[in-house]
Ligand binder design. Structure first.
Ligand code: PLP
Length: 219
């Protein structure tokens, strides 16, 4: 897995350059759109964290893969509808896209029902884009607090997807600031094009797809 090793090397270099502990950075290999045949070699190479953006697609490939690789940790990085909360809690280990009370409540109820406690990230719409998911920056602190106290969720950190036409560094810095204000340590930010920059801004979870798996037909 040359491409995977290349990404590992780039993460090492970025961590070194900003004097960060490499063990504080988790690579999430984003395998959306790719079949089990493409995912297995990456699992076989020792990669454990994977990201998917659709619940239904994940249900087709991950139960078998997880049975075969019990150490695999599966992250939901795409939008979640509350009617899929039950399936999401059953299959995923970490949810990165909590952004409204309805979802927080549904996840919490399902975790209770299934006896599974997942870690979650709150997604922040740092670019205030109309079409994009995430809480507005000024709502972040209050929403994180409600997730903790009202919904009893275990909030690990914040997640963002910067606008494609802006310098991601500004958005990564904003997310780090919002996390500090909410007393959160983890930052899910950085994709194939900008994960070294994200690491320099404090990312603890980088979500890298095409740099590992190659180009996709769809997003
Ligand atoms: C697809 C996706 C990624 C990975 O994107 P690449 O550019 O292929 O690395 C990361 N985060 C989210 C939320 C995604 O949907």
């Amino acid at each position: 897995m040359t491409s995977l090793e290349d990404v590992y090397r780039e993460i090492d270099a970025a961590a070194n350059a900003s004097n960060r502990d490499r063990s504080d950075i988790t690579l999430i290999a984003v395998s959306k759109t790719f079949g089990a045949d493409r995912i297995e070699p990456v699992l076989g190479a020792g990669q454990t964290h994977f990201g998917e953006n659709r619940v239904q697609e994940s249900q087709k490939k991950w139960p078998d893969l997880k049975a075969k690789y019990p150490n695999a940790v599966l992250h939901l990085i795409g939008p979640l509808q509350s009617n899929k909360a039950s399936d999401a809690v059953a299959l995923f280990d970490v949810i990165h896209t909590v952004d409204r009370d309805k979802i927080a409540k549904a996840l919490s109820a399902e975790m209770e029902r299934q006896g599974r406690k997942l870690d979650v990230f709150v997604q922040v719409n740092t670019g205030r884009e109309q079409q994009k998911a995430g809480v507005m920056p000024e709502e972040t602190r209050a929403f994180v607090e409600r997730c903790r106290t009202v919904h009893n969720l275990s909030v690990r950190g914040l997640m963002c997807i910067p606008p494609i036409d802006e310098d991601p560094r500004d958005h990564f810095a904003l997310l780090a600031e919002y996390a500090r204000e909410s007393g959160l340590s983890d930052l899910s930010m950085g994709m194939s094009a900008d994960f070294p920059i994200a690491i320099s801004c404090g990312a603890t979870h980088v979500r890298v797809g095409s740099a590992i798996f190659g180009a996709r037909d769809r997003t």
